[in-house]
Write a new protein. Structure first.
Length: 400
């Protein structure tokens, strides 16, 4: 049973790459987008979409006293939009749905990376809090023994107890945060089991991209917004084509009972059939509705162009902010690795040794301990923000 539990835990623990691959395969929103893409592909068949063929029967006295004359007429109207414009719109819509799939995948990968980074940070904070809890637990035991031995007053013991309880409260808060992040990752992966991450230690993320403002040109969201301009343009052409005349083709076959052949003098009976064809056009007599639809399509196109420009500007601003954040956190990270963290380790070591040796009191010990822990916690926050800036840049550049 223990072996099965361990195997189950390993199966539910994902590396970052595995989590991204699993989400792309199983996420419900991605599945919905795939259905939309397939729906648009099926609509490609409607590019040459003809109205229903009209088949009419006329029977009775339409030619003579004979009451059993009959006429069968087949007519077909062909809208001008069937000659290319509807097909081009359908292809533009297919391209739009495929780009929507790409940007949905890019956003999903971005969310998975964010959640994974947040989980690694929360686990690293938990390790720091456990270390802090262990130190305060030892401090409380030492203070209790010293108080019983009459070597110190009640204030030191009470202070130690308060610090120990505060550390335990933070641990419980951390557990709540971890549970929320696990639930968030579960939703992104669309899995029945609660997933966990393999890399529980927050690490500095590698970054191979050359930072350049042109990177956002590869963002699939931007490409999707640009494609909406093309869709609006094709929609306008379809509406314009609908205002053009429709072609009308027809064929008829009928009897003309009692009609005399002027050359032979023979009289047509019900066995004689007469055929012919029809050709014509359907003209719109009222252009107001057509003009309204064409103008509405033109405004939709202008709106798509404005939305694209606004989206592009906002994305460029987000990219600049992400780059600035990356540079700032990178500098902070270098400082912590080169100076602050070694100093924190030294402060913690010296404070513990001096307190045990009776060289300093509990107030000096607590001050040194807090400084060391705050430096380590600030380092983890900076590392988290540094990784987040890389995730942001990769997302904006469309690099999954």
């Amino acid at each position: 049973m223990l072996l099965s539990a361990r195997l189950l835990a390993q199966q539910n623990a994902f590396s970052l790459q595995d989590a991204m691959d699993y989400a792309l395969k199983n996420n419900a929103s991605i599945q919905a987008v795939l259905y939309e893409v397939e729906s648009q592909r099926q609509m490609k068949k409607t590019g040459f979409d003809l109205p229903k063929t009209d088949v009419t029967l006329m029977y009775g006295q339409y030619n003579s006293y004979a009451d059993n004359d009959n006429n069968i007429t087949v007519t077909q109207s062909i809208p001008f939009s069937a000659f290319g414009s509807q097909g081009k719109l359908n292809r533009a819509l297919i391209a739009s749905s495929e780009l929507r799939k790409t940007y949905s995948e890019n956003e999903l990968v971005y969310q998975v990376k964010q959640t994974y980074n947040s989980l690694a940070y929360a686990y690293s904070i938990r390790n720091l809090l456990l270390q802090q809890d262990s130190i305060f637990e030892g401090f409380f035991k030492a203070a209790s023994l010293r108080y019983k031995a009459g070597e110190t007053n009640l204030l030191e013991q009470t202070t130690a107890d308060a610090q120990r309880n505060q550390a335990k409260i933070r641990l419980r808060e951390n557990e709540t945060e971890l549970a929320a992040l696990h639930s968030q990752l579960k939703g992104l992966l669309n899995t029945t089991n609660t997933p966990d991450i393999e890399d529980k230690l927050l690490k500095e993320q590698s970054f191979a991209l050359t930072i350049d403002n042109t990177l956002i040109s590869s963002n699939p969201s931007l490409a999707y917004m640009r494609q909406q301009i093309d869709v609006a343009e094709k929609e306008k052409k379809v509406q314009s084509a609908k205002a053009a005349p429709d072609l009308l083709l027809g064929f008829f076959n009928q009897t003309l009972i009692g009609t005399t052949n002027p050359e032979t003098g023979s009289v047509a009976t019900s066995s004689d059939r007469f055929s012919g064809f029809q050709i014509g056009i359907s003209l719109p007599l009222w252009f107001g509705p057509h003009q309204g639809r064409v103008r509405a399509a033109e405004y939709n196109k202008r709106a798509a162009e404005s939305n694209f420009k606004s989206f592009q500007q906002n994305m460029s601003a987000q990219f600049d902010q992400a780059v600035q954040k990356h540079q700032t956190t990178k500098a902070g990270l270098d400082y912590y690795k080169s100076s602050a963290l070694p100093n924190a380790n030294l402060i913690l070591k010296q404070s513990q040794a001096a307190f045990k040796g009776g060289e300093i009191g509990y107030s000096e010990f607590l001050l040194g301990l807090r400084n060391a822990i705050e430096i380590r916690e600030s380092y983890l926050q900076t590392l988290r923000d540094y990784n987040q800036s890389i995730i942001e840049i990769e997302f904006l550049s469309g690099n999954k």
